[in-house]
Design a protein around this ligand. Structure first.
Ligand SMILES: CC(C)(COP(=O)(O)OP(=O)(O)OC[C@H]1O[C@@H](n2cnc3c(N)ncnc32)[C@H](O)[C@@H]1OP(=O)(O)O)[C@@H](O)C(=O)NCCC(=O)NCCS
Length: 202
């Protein structure tokens, strides 16, 4: 089933972001190369904001951990015109205690500032309960106004994390708070398509 961005989709379904007409779905273990291709197309500035350090990609053991579907969840985003070319990767990595999940998000530069980040963080917020998390945490560079804006608008508590970072904690909605499923939509180019920590830190 394809969901609009405001839906509350099950994890194995695709998620349509109307403003960019992109689709988001759970990542597969075999997609490390495509994810690292995405990294290679991102600017150093974007990679720095994502990892708060110099990184150019993910290692196989990290990717395996991120896609294990238990203690971590990862989604990838693509345009239906180029399904193999990923344009964003979103991760929730569970904490050792299991009650919070660390958020990581990287959007390819040309796709930034089009509300996709807002929609993906909202999506993560609806999915964190699948890992048993009650909150999403993030460590954000204080010179990352877009991410800080997204988290603040969702009601996250922000606190100085030392150095140049802000620590964010975003409480997850309880089951009763979650929105009712929205009307299914259909992407014009998706005829026949099913209706849509570890090291990395936010
Ligand atoms: C940070 C990131 C995820 C944001 O996603 P995005 O799709 O670019 O952001 P959005 O288009 O959803 O915009 C988010 C908000 O930030 C605001 N914003 C964007 N740039 C801004 C700026 N320079 N100053 C102030 N606000 C800004 C937007 O106006 C929007 O607010 P609004 O909805 O009230 O208008 C994305 O840019 C990205 O991947 N950057 C590189 C990696 C990274 O920083 N990851 C986050 C740490 S895990």
């Amino acid at each position: 089933m394809l969901h609009s961005e405001n839906a509350s989709p099950a994890g194995d379904e695709e998620f349509l972001h109307g403003p960019t007409w992109t689709l988001t779905r759970l990542a597969g273990a075999e997609e490390l190369a495509a994810v690292n291709d995405l990294h290679s197309r991102c600017s150093q500035g974007s990679l720095y904001k994502r990892y708060l350090g110099t990184r150019t990609g993910l290692a196989p053991d990290e990717w395996q951990h991120m896609t294990n579907g238990g203690t971590a969840l990862t989604w990838v985003t693509y345009s239906p015109e180029s399904p193999e070319r990923l344009i964003a990767v979103l991760q929730l990595v569970g904490s050792a205690g299991g009650d919070s999940a660390d958020l990581g998000l990287l959007i390819e530069d040309p796709w930034q500032n089009r509300k996709l980040g807002t929609a993906l963080v909202r999506h993560a917020r609806t999915q964190g309960h699948r890992m048993g998390a009650t909150a999403i945490t993030g460590t954000v560079d204080r010179r990352n106004p877009a991410m800080l804006r997204i988290l603040k608008d969702l009601g996250a508590s922000l606190s100085f994390g030392g150095g140049s970072v802000i620590d964010a904690v975003l409480a997850l909605p309880t089951i009763d708070d979650r929105p009712a499923p929205a009307q299914s939509g259909r992407h014009p180019g998706s005829v026949g398509m099913a209706s849509a920590g570890c090291v990395p830190r936010c």
